[in-house]
Design a protein around this ligand. Sequence first.
Ligand SMILES: Nc1ncnc2c1ncn2[C@@H]1O[C@H](COP(=O)(O)OP(=O)(O)OP(=O)(O)O)[C@@H](O)[C@H]1O
Length: 255
Amino acid sequence: MSLIVEARNMNKKVKLGNDHELHILKDINLEIEEGEFVSVMGPSGSGKTTLLYNISGMDKVSSGSVKFKGSEITSLKEEQLARIRLNNMGFIFQDINLLKNLSLIDNVMFPALVSKGADKHAVNLKAKKLLKMTGIEKLANNTITQGSGGQLQRVAICRALINEPDIIFGDEPTGALDSKSTVEIMSILTEINRKGTTVILVTHDAKVAAKTERVLFMLDGNLVAQKKMSKFDRRYENSKNREESIMKWLIEHGF
Ligand SMILES: Nc1ncnc2c1ncn2[C@@H]1O[C@H](COP(=O)(O)OP(=O)(O)OP(=O)(O)O)[C@@H](O)[C@H]1O
């Protein structure tokens, strides 16, 4: 197995007024293997979103190293990072951020049409396939005002997948959804992961984390613990056991 993300002694500090500095990420060491399904949990303000932004090159670390597929990304120019994010990474956020004046399918197609010389017909076929995979092909020509939260999050997943990324980063992708939509979105992400895409997502929900194979726990800017839950481990065969065991583990580590 090769590493898709490797962070070494990663620190993130931001300058506040009055010469104060906030140390948000503290000497983080993290490895994510290709094909893994990982979740990040921790109290509000512990640095989960900042971790996601810094390992994906959306934000610049203050010190330390971040490698994506074996190559250092901390020294890259913004234009180079943007290209990697566009071609190799997919992003799903709690705030879905679709473009209002485009239809749902046009939103999905958008990241693929940014590249010069894109074949619009091929992109359209691919977008239709993704909408079908997520069960919303009938809504392709709707506007975003006509979709429910769960439907729009599926559109966002399709948009994240259109350029066939190696990895999907999700920042509380189910945070604004009801429990039924949460289950549906998690089964789509599980299926995407089963087909080989690495997925890492931030969540406050142990039910969501229970669908992943490894949970990272952050506390006050530190990565304090991680819990692996192999599918082959009989203790974790059903999702209720997984969820309960995550809750117990989080409490043991000071959540
Ligand atoms: N650019 C910034 N400037 C100042 N403070 C920041 C900045 N980015 C993050 N912070 C602070 O750093 C801390 C960690 O933020 P972050 O959003 O990563 O936490 P989180 O664990 O994702 O929180 P939540 O669960 O509430 O989303 C918070 O106290 C936040 O206010």
